[in-house]
Design a protein around this ligand. Structure first.
Ligand SMILES: NC(=O)c1ccc[n+]([C@@H]2O[C@H](COP(=O)([O-])OP(=O)(O)OC[C@H]3O[C@@H](n4cnc5c(N)ncnc54)[C@H](OP(=O)(O)O)[C@@H]3O)[C@@H](O)[C@H]2O)c1
Length: 300
């Protein structure tokens, strides 16, 4: 068996096309343009590039976006005041504070300050609580994107044994909470592994669907999965540099997932590549949440 590739790039493109239509309909019918306010504190290169990508995605979809750049030494009080300003600004239906924040700022304090109705990242404790009890809320973008990848590739998790490796608050734990719900696109039996799991391979071998978000390059090998498994590889690990495919003279980052793609691809039925798998879905689901927030405000 050679695994079918679940292309996050393709699925994200389809969702963005659908979203472009919905955004222009909302504008035409209700006069509302979805708006995203982004707060970026400092100049961490990865954060700057994520924020730039989010801005570009908004522009392509017709979503209004404004990034507020604050210097590295901005006080916590000033960041909180900026969040409050965006909470009260009707142009914004979504607010995103790019993490990580500088060490002198308490991230939790800032995230809790965001109006839960504008919390399009889904990290506010109110939205986390709603997710746990299965009430509609903004779902965190990466696990929400993974649910879309599963559904749109014909791999409904209902009745399946899903094993998740990694228990972070942004991927593993919300993923578990989304997939155990008594709801469409969920109804799975979910098991979670972490560094204290004994005999992890015995767990991963039971998976019908294996979702790996550990941050350890190529840790999942062929002998750790069963035939026909569906694999979602969330990991993005930079292992060095390599010549670019387009221009071999240029060196680019050599990115690997948490799954040893070459060894498992002949055993799995479906697999996401790295890059081009889960990654493109994360920003797309942020756009979806921003649109949903604007739609909700239009209907209130
Ligand atoms: N593509 C995307 O959009 C996207 C989004 C988010 C994250 N990521 C990537 O996903 C990976 C994970 O990131 P994260 O933020 O979710 O997690 P994280 O905070 O880095 O935590 C890693 C988790 O994996 C577990 N773990 C680590 N090594 C393990 C091992 N050898 N065996 C079993 N469990 C192990 C840890 O267990 P303990 O809790 O016991 O320490 C922890 O729960 C990273 O490569 C990150 O870059 C990608």
């Amino acid at each position: 068996m050679v695994a079918e590739i679940i292309s996050g790039k393709e699925v994200a493109k389809t969702i963005r096309e659908e979203l472009t239509v919905k955004v222009s309909a909302l504008k035409a019918e209700k006069g509302i343009i979805p708006g995203l306010g982004v707060i970026l504190v400092g100049e961490d290169p990865a954060s700057v590039s994520y924020v730039t990508a989010k801005g570009k995605a908004c522009e392509q979809l017709g979503i209004f976006e404004e990034t507020y750049k604050m210097s590295e030494d901005t006080s916590e009080a000033d960041v909180l005041a900026k969040v409050e300003e965006l909470n009260n600004d009707p142009r914004f239906h979504g607010i995103l504070v790019q993490l990580p924040l500088p060490k002198h700022i308490d991230e939790e304090k800032v995230l809790v300050k965001i109006n839960p109705d504008k919390d399009v990242d889904g990290f506010h404790p109110m939205n986390v609580g709603k997710m746990v009890v299965g009430k509609a809320s903004f779902l965190p973008c990466t696990p929400h994107g993974i649910q879309e990848l599963l559904m749109r590739s014909g791999n409904d998790p209902e009745g399946k044994h899903v094993v998740i490796v990694g228990r972070s608050n942004i991927v593993g734990k919300p993923m578990m909470n989304i997939l155990v719900q008594k709801a469409q696109g969920a109804n799975a039996t979910v098991c979670m592994c972490h560094t204290r799991t004994k005999d992890m391979a015995a767990m991963t071998r039971q998976a019908d669907i294996l979702i790996v978000a550990a941050g350890v390059p190529e840790m999942i090998k062929a002998d750790m999965v069963k035939d026909g498994v569906v694999i979602i590889d969330v990991g993005v690990n930079r292992v060095g540099m390599k010549p670019s495919k387009k221009d071999p003279e240029r060196m680019v980052a050599d990115l690997r997932g948490d799954v040893d793609f070459e060894s498992v691809k002949d055993k799995a039925s479906f697999i996401t590549p790295v890059p081009g798998g889960v990654g493109p879905m994360t920003i797309t689901m942020l756009m979806v949440n921003t649109y949903e927030s604007a739609l909700k405000s239009a209907n209130e």
